[in-house]
Design a protein around this ligand. Structure first.
Ligand SMILES: Nc1c(NC[C@H](O)[C@H](O)[C@H](O)CO)[nH]c(=O)[nH]c1=O
Ligand SMILES: CC(=O)[C@@H](O)COP(=O)(O)O
Length: 155
């Protein structure tokens, strides 16, 4: 028997969402943003409740997120980017540092941050993941924002 089972809530109507998007590999990253925004709208998020900021590259995402958190206005943040492997170790440096910094900021500030940063071997792999990633990101954002709000109310 399962008691006090929390059911996932995918209603985005009253949520405030901050999005930080890296402009690197801009065409793909922009399509990813649009895919995510379309789904957020479909699941009830109001446009006026979304803040979108773009930054030059993935490495600029963590600090920007941290500063948005200080506004104390958002239920959930989303990081959007596209990192595509080149010839050197640079790919690993950008990917590992960006993702691990985002996770640390999320835990430290007790706010969910959804990772929609594609890390792929080539442009084809990135292109084929845009639609799914955008949709998954929107659903994950709403579900976790509602879940964390509900848990906080139990404190
Ligand atoms: N190569 C990619 C980058 N590189 C740029 C860095 O993220 C950063 O903007 C620069 O080093 C200045 O600090 N960024 C991506 O988002 N994707 C890449 O594939
Ligand atoms: C993220 C990368 O790997 C990249 O854009 C850098 O390319 P390279 O390693 O060929 O300098």
């Amino acid at each position: 028997m399962i008691v006090n089972n929390y059911k996932s809530n995918f209603n985005g109507r009253n949520l405030y969402i901050g999005i930080v998007q890296s402009r690197f590999n801009q065409k793909i990253s922009y399509k990813l943003l649009i895919s995510c925004l379309n789904m957020l709208k479909k699941i009830g998020v109001q446009e006026k409740n979304i803040l979108h900021i773009s930054v030059p590259g993935a490495l600029e995402i963590p600090l920007t997120l941290q500063n948005i958190i200080k506004l104390k206005k958002f239920n959930v943040l989303i990081a959007i980017g596209v990192i595509i492997r080149g010839e050197t170790y640079h790919f690993e440096l950008i990917t590992n540092n960006t993702i691990s910094s985002i996770m640390k900021i999320s835990i430290k500030n007790n706010i969910p941050i959804i990772n929609a940063i594609l890390t792929t071997e080539n442009i084809e792999q990135a292109n084929s993941r845009i639609l799914t990633k955008g949709i998954e990101t929107a659903y994950a954002a709403i579900e976790i924002a509602n879940l964390i709000s509900s848990i906080k109310k139990l404190h």
